[in-house]
Design a binder for this molecule. Structure first.
Ligand code: MD3
Ligand code: FE
Length: 218
């Protein structure tokens, strides 16, 4: 297991689900982080952050989102969670995934087909993401590759059932993570953001990028 600091009391359900988790602290240099941020700002000018809402209830997420690539993840009260080729507000196609992210997918993901979607999550200091599974994709054999920018987050991951025990660790600016195998369907979420923990974003906050395959290759 690539996560260090395992404690007594971690049970088999959690360590099993974490078997496919690979954490790469400091994967992006400061220069690479600034370069990626500049590309993201340009992309977000074309595809502005939107506020997804939960299916049926219409309750808004505290995280704002956008996407890059041929497909993007969206959610609204009527249509629910889904991937689509266009921005829900502008109706335009999503901007391309920058090379630096495609390179991260190749280096960390180890999957023979390119990502189809890159979800951009933007957290203000009070934003969080409740425990959930990512199961809106048709290809669970492909990994999810995550990159973090800006303020540090407290990330939590459990097992394949919501009731399984969880463990938590921090994700800092420049950290990368690949989720494959059992970890691909593990429950996970973000409990909090640590304001002022990074100087990358002048206004504070955190950006998480997740590269995903939606459909099986071929
Ligand atoms: C574990 N994002 O976008 S990144 C998400 O920090 C999401 O914004 C969190 O959960 C964030 O769905 C966590 C790490 C991550 C991403 C995808 C996963 C962990 C995952 C998919 C399956 C299991
Ligand atoms: Fe998720």
């Amino acid at each position: 297991m690539a996560v260090s600091g395992r404690k007594a009391g971690d049970d088999a359900a959690v360590s099993g689900a974490l078997a496919g988790l690979r954490l790469r602290p400091g994967y992006l240099s400061s220069e690479a982080q600034r370069d990626l941020l500049a590309r993201l700002r340009a992309a977000l000018a074309e595809a502005p952050l939107f506020t997804p809402v939960m299916p049926r209830t219409g309750k808004p997420f505290s995280v704002r989102m956008s996407n890059l690539g041929p497909l993007g993840w969206v959610s609204d009260a009527e249509g629910g969670y889904r991937y689509q080729a266009t921005h829900p507000v502008t109706g335009r196609p999503w901007p391309a995934i920058p090379d630096i992210l495609l390179q991260a997918w190749r280096e960390i993901g180890g999957y023979p087909a390119p990502p189809e979607a890159c979800l951009v999550n933007w957290y203000a200091s009070g934003a969080r993401m409740g425990l959930h599974q990512d199961r809106d994709e048709q290809d669970f054999d492909a990994p999810v590759v995550s990159l973090s920018l800006g303020d540090t987050a407290l990330f939590r991951i459990g097992g394949l059932r919501r009731s399984d025990p969880t463990r938590s660790f921090r994700l800092a600016s420049g950290d990368a993570m690949a989720l494959a195998g059992d970890s691909r369907l593990a429950f996970h979420g973000v409990d909090r953001i640590y304001p002022g923990s990074s100087a990358l974003l002048p206004q504070g906050g955190r950006i998480n990028l997740t590269l995903r395959r939606v459909s099986p290759p071929g």
